[in-house]
Design a protein around this ligand. Structure first.
Ligand SMILES: Nc1ncnc2c1ncn2[C@@H]1O[C@H](COP(=O)(O)OP(=O)(O)O)[C@@H](O)[C@H]1O
Ligand SMILES: [Mg+2]
Length: 314
């Protein structure tokens, strides 16, 4: 990748207690993309973000952000990064706008009230700007966290499990917000264990487990490579063998020949098309059937499968 906004090489982190949270991670992030880091609890997602944001010291490896060594130019790099941490963390007694102003100046950015107003408005927080944070609902508190992270107009935004434990409405709202950031050219890296979120939002997806990146690819390519369709067709009369005319499809007979099973496709719609063709050839062949059940594998199936096998697919 040419001029990645973030270039992580062979990054490892072993904590004092001996836990290895990251084991040789290589990852390049393209400017302007939305990247979803998908992995179960304990996979190393928060550790990876902490290393990039200078919150912890890697055991080995290098991180370059905006073409600069992140360890050496920590302050420069940090000023261009926004971080929405996993845990709510702020002074509950502070007023919303003061808290956001504070964040804006934290890494040396100049004060810019117009930008703060824009951010607060975009997050529907403008009317609450004088409220004390502790008076807000959980969802509104989370918006304040995002406002703080956007206060200095970062080029690269980390969202660590932005929607864990938030209601569906707020989740949709956040997705919209993230889409709007992308439209402005902000690069977004989000971590999640909601596959739906990755499927909805991301341009590329990385699957991490036990400190190792198992897979990094365009979302569409992951779906195409690993997605599949299964259709189970209940036949009116059992078949002994698959008819010659259907030999080109990936079919098998189950249930003593009473169920014809199609397993194929590539997650791009090929499976659905083939099943439709198959059904019309069954009709042409005079093979009667009583029902069809189809299912598409989701990113979730793929993810579970990868993590269980713990290996990189070919
Ligand atoms: N400060 C810490 N000290 C020791 N171990 C830690 C610390 N933070 C995280 N870990 C361990 O490192 C591993 C990865 O944690 P984390 O990066 O928080 O994963 P995730 O964000 O994917 O849930 C886990 O086994 C966790 O218990
Ligand atoms: Mg985490």
């Amino acid at each position: 990748m040419d001029n990645p906004i973030l270039d992580i090489r062979n990054l490892s982190k072993t904590y004092k207690g001996g836990t290895t949270a990251l084991a040789g991670v290589d990852l390049q992030i393209r400017k302007g993309e939305i990247f979803a880091l998908l992995g179960p609890n304990g996979a190393g997602k928060t550790t990876l973000i902490g290393a990039v944001c200078g919150l912890l010291r890697p055991t080995s490896g290098t991180i370059e952000a905006f073409g600069k060594d992140a360890a050496r130019y920590w302050r420069d790099v940090r000023r261009r990064i926004g971080l929405v941490p996993q845990e709510l963390a702020f002074d509950m007694f502070a007023q919303v706008d003061h808290s956001v102003q504070y964040s804006q100046g934290l890494f040396g950015s100049p004060r810019n009230d117009a930008h703060i107003e824009e951010v607060l408005r975009s997050l529907s927080l403008w009317d609450k700007r004088s409220a004390k944070i502790r008076e807000l609902s959980g969802g509104m508190k989370r918006r304040v966290m995002i406002a703080k992270a956007l206060s200095h107009d970062p080029e690269l935004l980390f969202l660590d499990e932005p929607t864990a434990g938030v209601d569906v409405e707020l989740r949709r709202d956040m997705w919209k917000q993230i889409g709007a950031l992308r439209d402005r050219g902000t690069t977004v890296i989000l971590t999640t264990h909601y596959i739906e979120e990755a499927q909805e939002m991301a341009d590329r997806v990385g699957v991490i487990n036990k400190g190792r990146l198992l897979l990094v690819d365009e979302k569409a390519a992951i779906m195409a490579k690993l997605g599949s369709t299964e259709a189970r067709i209940s036949l009116s009369q059992a078949l002994d063998v698959i008819p010659q005319a259907l030999a080109s499809y990936p079919l098998s007979l189950e249930n003593d020949g009473r169920t014809l099973v199609y397993r194929g496709g590539d997650g791009t719609g090929k499976g659905k098309r083939e099943v439709a063709e198959l059904v019309s050839s069954l009709v042409t062949q005079g093979i009667a059937f009583e029902g069809i059940e189809t299912r598409e594998s989701s990113l979730e199936d793929i993810f579970v499968d990868l993590v269980e096998r713990g290996e990189v697919p070919a």
